[in-house]
Ligand binder design. Structure first.
Ligand code: ARG
Ligand code: ZN
Length: 867
């Protein structure tokens, strides 16, 4: 029962207009829908609309109620065999929002009504052709008890007032035709933070952020980010907001980050609320980027949407690219790029190397919810970035303009999108399209030969993409490799490419193998390749360690400077993990890091990134078979060495970067705190000193959540009584703040020490463990499985069993959230066989469970390789 891209057919019926009436009651909400339906072209089939978990009350065509025999309703469809070519369909159904714990469709969170319809939630609200290529104009009337003080939906408020019996109503109209997945409704007691913005054409847009009572001050940063996003989209892409009102609502119970419903974005409160006392700099950074992301969807998603869900990357990859570009402008290009690439490698590269690998545009699925993945989002964004690199910024912007012009108000495809860039650049991008269709991470190797007499540098590039499920044969992809040269003193050296003198060039590797000769290379070069991570590939070069030390010290491309350090560190750790400790020269690495730290000109945020070693999951991808225990130990050993070697410098940073003035969440303030906390984190790895006092002092003196978490995390490494005390103090202080309690669960889930697994198991019985809330579940379960490899991969298999137990329990009420937890078991083939076997056994136990949701079934069977 898989859905295939090749089976796509245009909808048989269109809905031009709909009038919805909601009579809101927690357990018996009535939804009346009046649709103007019209047959699309010469489709002859009967009417078949989606509808799930709806209690039908009535169905009428052109005002005449249909008898039982004139329509059928099963668990998934309303079918009416005989309908005119154009008619009015009226339906009434009853639903139970309060007992909707799947958090899809209309549900309740914190006593308020809210909705989540993407991808296929609208069919749980009313009968509808629930597919993104049916665009309709919505008018929505909401009636509710006055206790639900705010009644919100998409578009403009047309009317509102009182009703008898202590009830009231509001009518909303959205003038822009939209697919059902962008529908939203919110009703409840909410406070609002208001502001406004004048757009580039001089219109004033009202901005309103709705939050839990008392929380409005914590929406200030999101509001600021929203205004900056709106102005940025005008400047960077010429996109202006199109309604007179833009609303955001924050809810505590939400399956993902946020949702771009037209004019009424709904956010997980963890990605909206912030103040210095309760939110970390990382929270601020994410709020800024997600607010931007959802806002940018107004054009890339809402005004122009997807023809079908296989085109999901059309809106998601593009919108991630847009939010990453925005963040780069807000926070610095290099630092942002490094963070984006770290996230890409941690999530997407892992996915691409396992059984769940899939193309950015997949060709079949069981549940589309399972494809809101790092591949579609993050690799999708990388493809857009490469496109811009290949055709240049001017042609890229011209292509975007064309896309907005040509497809506004429509649902379209990735082909149509790429076609706009072919037109704008005059280039044939048919080979480039393979990036969308081929899964897997290409391996690129680079060998270089310098001819001193001829002053030429010959670069030999090769690519190969390993097979992925369903795609045994891979073709070469066009890979843009940005190359620059240094000399051995670390000075940039210019060279010639096709007779032009340049500092940097884009080499496009578009075959399995290519040779490129650079001329005018006066001095023996050090090659800086794949600058800015110009393509989502794994690059192996033949450069000796000494060249990489030159890059680490001097590459003007800060991404590659960082990358050189990461590569050197990874080699040291992996050699030790493989039992080749004698080969490692940790002192040399420590020296280089010390020099980089003392560079007065470097940005503290960048130094903080330099100081962090590659993560354990990232290292596991580079070791075959992966041995998480050995990696943990080897990485800790290098950290201890660095800590001892750098101690005076780390202490100096820790003292010198102390913030005395007022807290500012901007990039500069965040960078200083990041470096100071990174220094503490590394100091805590020092086995020779009693560092507990320092960490304790840091924790107790923390004037903001970033420093509090930095202290707590250092104390976690130290363990014992100081950590226990800090955990207890932290909980006592913050127990009434759900977003902070999430952090308290998460830090314990990250604890790699021996006894931590028992604690994690015990935490599911803690009174504060709200087992139905996705944030709380993720804080404990997902943090443990994804960020605590040492304990998740406990040789007993208890970590795997815990995850599987949780998946099965959560699947009983919230399949989407359960399915998102399957991924960590998917890597089973990459681990030591005895671990892999235990992981596989848990996947089998999950797949064999009776009554499993389609969501979890699809992922568990794909992870096992049985599909
Ligand atoms: N479109 C939303 C966003 O990226 C995410 C919706 C997630 N929906 C889902 N079924 N996974 O901003
Ligand atoms: Zn999105």
């Amino acid at each position: 029962q898989a859905i295939r891209l090749s089976d796509y057919r245009p909808p048989a019926f269109l809905v031009d207009e709909v009038f919805l009436t909601f009579d809101l009651q927690p357990n018996t909400t009535r939804v009346k829908a009046k649709l103007s339906v019209r047959r699309n072209g010469d489709h002859a089939e009967p009417l078949r609309f989606n509808g799930e978990r709806l209690k039908p009350v009535s169905v009428a065509v052109d005002g005449r109620a249909l008898a039982e025999g004139e329509r059928t309703i099963d668990a998934e469809w309303l079918t009416i065999p005989d309908v005119p070519d154009a008619f009015t369909l009226e339906t009434e159904v009853e639903i139970d929002p309060e007992n909707n714990k799947a958090l899809e469709g209309l549900y309740m969170s914190g006593g308020r009504f809210c909705t989540q319809c993407e991808a296929e939630g609208f069919r749980k609200i009313t009968f509808w052709p629930d597919r993104p290529d049916v665009l309709s104009r919505f008018t929505v009337r909401i009636e509710a008890d006055k206790a639900f003080g705010r009644l919100l939906s998409n578009g403009n408020l047309m009317e509102s007032g009182d009703l008898p019996g202590g009830r009231h109503y509001a009518v909303w109209n959205d003038p822009f035709p939209k697919p059902s997945y962008l529908f939203a409704l919110v009703a409840g007691e909410l406070d609002v933070l208001e502001d406004s913005l004048v757009t580039m054409s001089g219109r004033t847009v009202e901005l309103k952020i709705y939050v839990d009572p008392g929380m409005a001050p914590r929406a200030a940063y999101a509001m600021d980010a929203l205004k900056r996003s709106m102005t940025w989209d005008e400047q960077a892409f010429g996109r202006e907001y199109d309604l007179d009102l833009f609303m955001i609502v924050a809810v505590r119970d939400f399956n993902f980050g946020a949702m771009e419903n037209k004019g009424l974005n709904i956010f997980n409160s963890s990605l909206l609320l912030a103040d210095p006392a309760t939110a970390t700099d990382l929270d601020y950074e994410r709020i800024e980027s997600v607010v931007a992301h959802e806002y940018f969807h107004n054009w890339t998603g809402d005004r122009i949407t997807c023809r079908d869900w296989f085109q999901l990357c059309l809106k998601e990859g593009l919108t991630v690219f847009r939010d990453q570009s925005f963040s780069a402008d807000m926070r610095g290009e290099a630092v942002q790029r490094i963070k984006d690439v770290k996230a890409l490698r941690a999530r997407q590269f892992a996915e691409d190397q396992g059984p769940l690998a899939h193309p950015v545009r997949p060709s079949s699925y069981l549940k589309i919810d399972n494809f809101y993945t790092a591949t579609i989002y993050e690799k999708g964004a990388e493809i857009i970035r490469m496109l811009k690199t290949l055709i240049g910024p001017e042609a890229f912007r011209a292509g975007m303009d064309r896309y907005f012009e040509r497809w506004d108000g429509q649902a379209t495809t990735v082909e149509a999108f790429i076609n706009c860039f072919e037109d704008a650049s005059g280039r044939d991008l048919s080979d480039f399209f393979a990036w969308y269709e081929q899964a897997g991470t290409p391996r690129v190797s680079l060998a270089s030969r310098y001819d001193e007499a001829a002053r030429t540098l010959t670069l030999d590039l090769r690519q190969e993409t390993p097979p992925t499920p369903g795609q045994p044969q891979k073709k070469p992809l066009p890979i843009p490799v940005i190359v620059g040269l240094l000399d051995h003193e670390g000075r940039t050296q210019a060279f010639e490419r096709d007779g032009q003198a340049v500092d940097e060039t884009v080499v496009v590797l578009d075959a399995a193998q290519a040779t490129v000769t650079l001329t005018g290379v006066d001095r023996p070069p050090v090659v800086s390749a794949l600058r800015g991570f110009s393509a989502p590939v794994v690059l192996k070069t033949d450069a000796p360690a000494k060249d990489r030390y030159v890059l680490l010290a001097s590459d003007p491309d800060l991404f590659n400077r960082w990358e050189a350090g990461q590569g050197l560190a990874a080699e040291l750790i992996l050699a030790r993990a493989a039992g080749r400790a004698d080969e490692v020269n940790e002192e040399r690495y420590a020296e280089a890091v010390a020099r980089a730290l003392s560079d007065q000109a470097a940005d503290p945020a960048f130094k903080a990134l330099l100081l962090a070693l590659p993560s354990e999951p990232d290292l596991a991808l580079q070791m075959s078979p992966a041995d998480p225990a050995a990696i943990h130990e080897a990485r800790e050993a290098l950290r201890a060495r660095l800590s001892v070697h750098l101690e005076p410098e780390l202490r100096r940073l820790h003292t010198g970067l102390q913030d005395l003035g007022e807290f500012s969440p901007d990039a500069a303030g965040a960078g200083r705190r990041a470096l100071r906390n990174a220094a503490l984190e590394l100091l805590a790895a020092n086995p020779r000193h009693d560092i507990a006092d320092l960490a304790q002092g840091h924790f107790q003196a923390a004037g903001n959540m970033t420093d509090a978490m930095g202290g707590l995390s250092a104390l976690m490494q130290i363990g014992g009584a100081p950590f226990e005390q800090a955990l207890a103090d932290f909980y006592a202080r913050w127990k009434s703040e759900p977003l902070v309690v999430d952090k308290w669960f998460a830090i314990q889930a990250r604890d790699p020490s021996e006894g931590a697994l028992g604690r994690v198991l015990g935490l599911t019985a803690h009174p504060a463990f709200e087992g139905k809330n996705p944030n709380r579940l993720r804080a404990l379960v997902s943090t443990f499985a994804n960020f605590n490899p040492a304990r998740f991969h406990d040789p007993s298999g208890a970590g795997y069993r815990f995850l599987a137990d949780q998946i099965l329990a959560i699947d009983g009420f919230n399949p989407m959230t359960a399915a998102r937890l399957v991924d960590p078991l998917g890597g089973w083939r990459r681990y030591r066989p005895e671990l892999g076997a235990l992981m596989k056994a848990e996947l089998q136990r999950i797949a064999a469970k009776d009554g499993l949701s389609k969501n979890v079934y699809e992922l568990a069977t794909r992870a096992l390789g049985e599909e």
